[in-house]
Design a protein around this ligand. Sequence first.
Ligand SMILES: Cc1cc2nc3c(=O)[nH]c(=O)nc-3n(C[C@H](O)[C@H](O)[C@H](O)COP(=O)(O)OP(=O)(O)OC[C@H]3O[C@@H](n4cnc5c(N)ncnc54)[C@H](O)[C@@H]3O)c2cc1C
Length: 416
Amino acid sequence: MIARRHLIAAGGLALTSCASAPTRARLGRVVVVGGGFGGATAARYLKLWGGADVDVTLVERNDAFLSCPMSNLVVAGLRDLGSITHSYAGLQALGVRRVRGEVVGINPGGRAITLADRSRLDWDRLIVAPGIDFMFDEIPGLRAAIDSGRAVHAYKAGQQTLALRRQLEALPDGGTVLISIPGSPYRCPPGPYERACLIAAWLRRAKPRSKLLVLDANPEIQSKKALFERAFAQHHAGVLEYRPNSELKEVLPDGTARFEFEDVKTDVLNLIPPQRAGDLVRDFANVNRRWVGVDWLTMQAQGLAGVHVIGDAILSASAMPKSAHLANQQAKLAAAAVLQLLRGEAVNPAPVVMNTCYSFATPTEAMHVASVYQYDAAEKTMQPVPGAGGLSPAASEREGVLAQGWAENIWADSLG
Ligand SMILES: Cc1cc2nc3c(=O)[nH]c(=O)nc-3n(C[C@H](O)[C@H](O)[C@H](O)COP(=O)(O)OP(=O)(O)OC[C@H]3O[C@@H](n4cnc5c(N)ncnc54)[C@H](O)[C@@H]3O)c2cc1C
């Protein structure tokens, strides 16, 4: 392969194309941005289904894959960060070219992306899976509190996960912890309630005089409501106090969290900010300037030829949560559609995706919710399939084992 180097004038800047840009495969070049659940799965399935006919490049800012699923167990001291960190070697072994870098621009008309080091990658189709970013502007003082380390979000896995763990370990026995839950939609609707259960169980054992306050901007628990209510009452009463309709309004410089009706000062502040599509696709967020609307047959962003968006960044269909499982499913839908479009074939007119989401109610017992969604040609969206899916009758140790197995399986399916 002969390395190519182009100089392209754009906006007054000389942009250099990646020196190692691949030669053109029969079907063309697909660039995938974001190596989380959505992007990694898309890159893997493009290669599994497209083989040598398609050039696949994955651009990701991090050196390794960090999993939010199971990160609440790291927060609670039940796993270490290494166990939720995975390499991209499986994708590279399949022939996915990996570029480590920050994508700073998408040029749909010019069919190119630009990286922070000014290099440029050209594509025939682009799949973007940047996850979420936080709406710090909504809550004065929140960004400063998180930047200073006074508060943590732990809602993107990695250093934030470890920071929350360390703050819990440093908590004096008799101290207090606050979890603030943003209004929906946010990624992983059951995630904050699972975290509350696991932190409460840990406090009861390790800091028995401590308390956990959970203040929820929503009017009620957002997922597995009856199961979480039972877990709160059966296992965590006396440690965990849950209050709905409590929206965080401001964080003061001294760490006071200001809610609509009360000021709260605790030792540990886990403030989960309101969320929107990742910064990279902000200009394409056509729904409330927050989420990217897509064509569900191809995952192509509305009005953006050649650009497919998947995962947490999109406007979810009715009753569809933002989850790793669905990002993985949407990635397969996008990979199949991209290959069909590159081949000049018709795309699947009736795609189906599914979701299973496990949550731990105690360190060993978990429960799940499952759902199936099918394309509705009349409404041009995905609709839940009535009667498909279901909910655990109760949390159990057996499901605790299945939850760990689900994580191992989705890591393997996304990364190889
Ligand atoms: C505490 C917690 C627990 C969860 N538990 C579950 C669970 O049990 N089951 C489940 O299904 N889901 C769970 N989720 C939700 C799940 O993590 C997300 O839905 C999933 O990660 C979404 O995948 P994604 O590909 O859209 O985004 P991500 O997985 O966040 O991936 C986005 C990637 O894009 C990269 N990126 C972003 N912008 C750029 C850029 N400009 N340049 C280069 N790279 C970029 C990021 O570094 C990141 O790697 C949980 C989430 C949390 C926070």
